[in-house]
Design a protein around this ligand. Structure first.
Ligand code: CP
Length: 304
């Protein structure tokens, strides 16, 4: 049964199909306030063990637009609080008829557990640990495709806390799969990736050098909830050096896109003056999220 847990689950052909279907949904279903009925009454459960605004609510909208039956249990009120394991919770929901789970959790072990256990239900990763947030990366690529016809020649800068960002790791894998290899990770030494031989990118600590001539800047927030106590980072220096300002944006190509998966810390990640700048496409990213997540549901249900 197909799952969408990491980018490893997707071939370039799958990615193209998901993005084409998302474009169809955006224009022919969502823009016309219609519903798609081929997954009607399939039961999906959104299990969010961490907070979320964009991912949770866009999945709910995607599921409702697919006419699915949607469960979004309040996990603070579930038997997990009495000591039931996550696996037993999933088996319980599956026994009620849940055919797909959308899961967010800080527990990276879940990625292995979910593939090893004999579930019939499908799983979609809505952000697990530091490693993977594949549907966010697909949304970001969907926006990039709106602005650039030729992906292969693009020069992309990913700036900020690359090391603890599940979005960054999924983006790099997705971009590489689609032939995009000119990727610059820009961060202080202590926030760079380690042990990442399966990804193609270049590391920069000098932001001015890294941003020179790029087509796309993707700024990431500091993942404060996932930082180890031992992290060697001068926070004030980091904020001062890695804030995207008008001057920093001017180092990129004239019409470069300024992206952020959100939530964006204004005046920490990107200066306030750039939040309504014409090159800022952060809300455009959000506007692609429902359609892309509808197509991700189709992928796991083999209905692309
Ligand atoms: N980009 C993202 O995952 O945002 P949320 O935490 O609001 O879902």
């Amino acid at each position: 049964m197909p799952n969408l847990l990491t980018l490893d689950d997707l071939s370039p052909a799958d990615i193209t199909q998901i993005l084409e279907k998302a474009a169809y949904y955006k224009t022919n279903i969502l823009a016309l306030h219609q519903k798609a009925h081929h997954l009607q009454n399939r039961v999906v459960a959104n299990l969010f063990f961490e907070t979320s605004t964009r991912t949770l609510n866009s999945f709910i909208l995607a599921e409702q637009t697919q006419a699915m039956t949607v469960l979004t249990p309040d996990l603070a009120q579930s038997a997990l609080q009495k000591g039931e394991s996550i696996i037993d919770t999933l088996k319980t929901f599956e026994a009620m008829g849940v055919a797909a789970f959308v899961i967010r959790s800080k527990d990276e072990q879940l990625l292995h557990l979910l593939t090893e256990m004999p579930f019939k239900a499908h799983f979609i990763n809505a952000g697990i640990g530091c490693r993977a947030h594949p549907t966010q990366a697909l949304i970001d690529l969907s926006v990039i495709l709106k602005h650039f016809a030729d992906l292969k020649g693009l020069r992309i800068a990913i700036v900020g806390d690359v090391k603890h960002s599940r979005v960054a790791q999924s983006q790099i894998k997705l971009f590489n799969k689609m032939g995009m290899t000119d990727i610059r990770l820009i961060a202080p030494e202590s926030l760079h990736l380690e042990n990442s031989k399966d990804m193609i990118y270049e590391s920069y600590t000098d932001i001015d050098q890294g941003l020179k001539g790029v087509d796309i800047i993707i700024r990431l927030r500091l993942q404060k909830e996932r930082l180890p106590q031992t992290l060697a980072l001068d926070y004030d220096q980091f904020k001062q050096n890695f804030l995207i300002t008008k001057q920093k944006l001017a180092l990129a190509k004239p019409n470069a896109l300024l992206m952020h998966p959100g939530p964006c810390m204004v005046d920490e990640d990107i200066e306030a003056a750039l939040m309504s700048h014409p090159q800022n496409v952060i809300l455009e990213q959000v506007s692609h999220s429902v359609a892309v997540r509808m197509a991700c549901l189709d992928y796991v249900f083999n209905s692309l």
